[in-house]
Design a protein around this ligand. Structure first.
Ligand code: KG4
Ligand code: ZN
Length: 409
């Protein structure tokens, strides 16, 4: 099955083409193209993602990103016929009704549809939540327009489900990850083989979410615990901002932490609570109070120590809750997903503690390039829905900013 996947839930305009086979028993995937156009430069001066700017940027980026993704996958072909068939013409006109609110996208979209042939794909997948609704809508309407023009079925994917399934993908084997504008890489022809043995628990840690999810089988998601306030990535970003490390500061803070000591006694919120929920806002405030007592400008050594101590407090809670969930639910696999998964300390400490306490539980991590937002993970998740013929109705499909993972049938 060939899947074209679209992801616009936050500040990355991402489109990928993936190939999948093997069904539920032996699913394997190959990324044939994976294009991510980042908007960080646009949002940086505001210190965070501005929803309406994201909407405008997605409108601008989607057609060039689609062209690139199809080109990388060798699926972009010029239309042979100079004069369009009436049906194709009619469809191009009808796109206007679907993209009524995406005025900047409509013109390039019509041009694209009249210039290129319908590609050989089987399914179109799109993220319908959670995320910023003005950003999600652009991707959804774009996907609806393509599905209508090309007469392809549509699958709606929960972004967090994508992060879970990202561990089944390999960027190195058979893929070209294009950060626009970059030169094309030739994909190798290999499928990645890795396995989630059920039951599985996923620790999802991103800029918007922190949750522990139990998966008894494919598509069966049960949220065991989640953050009651800030997400882990959000706390990393906010603390980084307090330290003057720019936006998004999570990765910068993590790098700085390598040079620091972990001795500052920041709190480990909810570490002792018996449930599987998290809270990071108190930790963030503790860092703020600590910094208010320090002399400015902060010297480099202090910045590194605060980074290391904050990071350790966050990692302690994330690791402890994952171990608690493992004791309670006895999974055979633990999956890590989301941008914060790229954190080396989180990876190393979780790996080590699991090896000591639960040596038979396997830990699956996404490759670094696939830990942050991308569309390949959306396409891979869509494979399971498409295999079950769980298609979305284009007439009723809508953006759901607070969409939760649920037990889907
Ligand atoms: O999953 P993601 O790319 O986007 C969302 O869905 O939110 O996650 C982005 C988050 C940001 O908050 C970023 O600061 C954080 O992941 N992040 C990190 C690291 N790399 C990215 N946080 C801590 N350590 C890292 N190495
Ligand atoms: Zn994400």
């Amino acid at each position: 099955m060939k899947i074209l996947a679209i992801e616009t839930s936050c500040d990355e305009t991402a489109i990928a083409v993936i190939e999948a086979r093997g069904g539920f028993r032996k699913p394997v995937f190959r990324i044939t193209s994976n294009v991510v156009a980042s908007q960080i430069a646009v949002h940086r001066k505001w210190g965070g993602v501005v929803p309406n700017l994201a909407n405008r940027e997605h409108q601008k980026n989607l057609v060039p990103v689609l062209k690139r993704a199809l080109q990388d996958a060798a699926l972009l072909q010029n239309s042979k016929i100079k004069i369009q068939k009436p049906k194709v013409k009619r469809n191009i006109q009808r796109v206007g009704a679907i993209l009524e609110r995406e005025k900047d996208l409509l013109k390039p979209m019509r041009k694209f549809l009249s210039r290129y042939q319908k590609p050989e794909i089987d399914v179109i997948a799109v993220t319908n939540g959670p995320g910023l609704e003005p950003a999600l809508w652009v991707g959804i309407n774009f996907a609806k327009a393509l599905a209508m023009a090309w007469n392809k079925p549509l699958v709606a994917i929960n972004h967090m489900e994508g992060h879970i399934i990202s561990v089944l993908l390999s960027q190195n084997q058979g893929s070209s990850n294009t950060k626009l504008p970059m030169s094309k890489q030739i994909p190798e022809n290999k499928f990645k083989k890795s396995k989630i043995v059920f039951p599985a628990i996923a620790l999802l840690v991103s800029g918007g979410h922190t949750e522990l999810v139990l998966m008894k089988n494919w598509l069966r998601y049960n949220i065991l615990g989640q953050t009651l306030d800030d997400a882990a990535g959000e706390a990393f970003d906010k603390v980084a901002k307090m330290l003057g490390l720019g936006y998004p500061g999570g990765p910068v803070l993590a790098r700085l932490a390598e040079k620091g000591k972990t001795g500052i006694p920041f709190p480990r919120p909810m570490l002792a609570s018996k449930d599987l929920n998290f809270s990071f806002s108190g930790l963030k405030t503790a860092v703020l109070y600590f910094l208010q007592k320090q002399r400015r400008p902060f010297h480099r050594g202090l910045l590194a120590d605060v980074s290391a101590s904050f990071q350790q407090a966050a990692v302690d809670v994330l690791v402890a809750k994952t171990l608690r969930a493992t004791t309670m639910h006895e999974p055979r696999t633990i999956v890590l997903g989301g941008g914060v998964t790229a954190n080396n300390e989180l990876q190393a400490q979780l790996q080590q503690k699991l090896a000591n306490k639960f040596p038979n539980v396997r830990l699956l991590l996404p490759e670094k390039a696939l830990a942050s937002d991308n569309a390949a993970m959306v396409g891979a998740a869509a494979y399971f829905h498409a295999t079950k013929k769980a298609f979305a109705n284009p007439r009723t499909l809508k953006a759901q900013g607070n969409l939760r993972l649920s037990f889907s049938s």
